[in-house]
Design a protein around this ligand. Sequence first.
Ligand code: NAD
Ligand code: FES
Length: 292
Amino acid sequence: MYKILEAKELTENIYLMVVNAKRVADSCLPGQFVIVRTHETSERIPLTICDYDREKGTVTIVFQVVGAGTKFMSELKEGDSFHDFVGPLGVPSELVTAPVSETSAKSILFVAGGVGTAPVYPQVKWLHEHGIKADVIVGSKTHDLLILEKEMESVAGNLYVTTDDGSYGRSGMVTKVIEDLVKTEGKHYDVCVAIGPMIMMKFVCKLTKELNLPTVVSLNPIMVDGTGMCGACRVTVGDKVKFACVDGPEFDGHIVNFDEAMKRQTLYKTEEGRRFLEAKEGNTHHGGCGNC
Ligand code: NAD
Ligand code: FES
């Protein structure tokens, strides 16, 4: 059992929890994720790691309530426990696994949208701890929905906050800020990392392709086993089929088929949709995990 040491609502429907998970905290790196279950028979919920403390043996997760599983999770309090807390899963961010001298030679721009700010934070923090300053754009619909601003401010080189409705910071979506920084303010970046809703990553990539700015995205398709066996998280990257849980979650955003990924996300929610995918894609459930 994995005890919840801290639980709080960051803003409407978005929660932060600090969980006692020593083995995950010992070995996780920015970019990786965990799969949690509140009790033995509950659904598996994949969540990117927001922070970790190796000394205390804790991992911080941030999640948005989107259905029954996350609603139940949001009702857990300090002192309650998760039944499973499996990880670290996925491949760590290339920025933190490449030699520091290589990463520090790059001018890096992070683009975080809404809840996607949570998985961006540990990457920027890691870079900060290694003396690398990255610029960060954080976009949220309104000021009320903005999360982790202070935390991000303390680790970012420059932080650009923008709200869709102009209620705080700059006004407009993250793509407008990228255009302003690069086209109007003449900033140069070698690499962009965009994490947020699929539609945001799609449009960020459309723009950065025009700007000739290589872009990494972190995909969060529906996942079941998280070990590459069930096929639920299948995505097309270039002309290759990839599984976000083991090949990702980070991919070259310029060759991700976002339209297919978004369509699959919708279809996977219904039994009929899953049958449609099986007929179209074949039985990708090659590992026989028995869960989907
Ligand atoms: P949101 O809808 O509030 O959007 C956040 C920001 O993204 C907006 O403020 C805007 O700046 C930008 N954006 C949205 N649509 C855009 C578009 N068409 N063009 C350009 N920019 C656009 O985000 P939210 O409600 O916090 O997001 C929830 C979604 O994020 C969920 O679907 C969740 O699964 C996903 N998510 C993804 C990750 C990941 O690892 N990729 C992590 C956490 C959450
Ligand atoms: Fe990735 Fe099952 S969740 S293959």
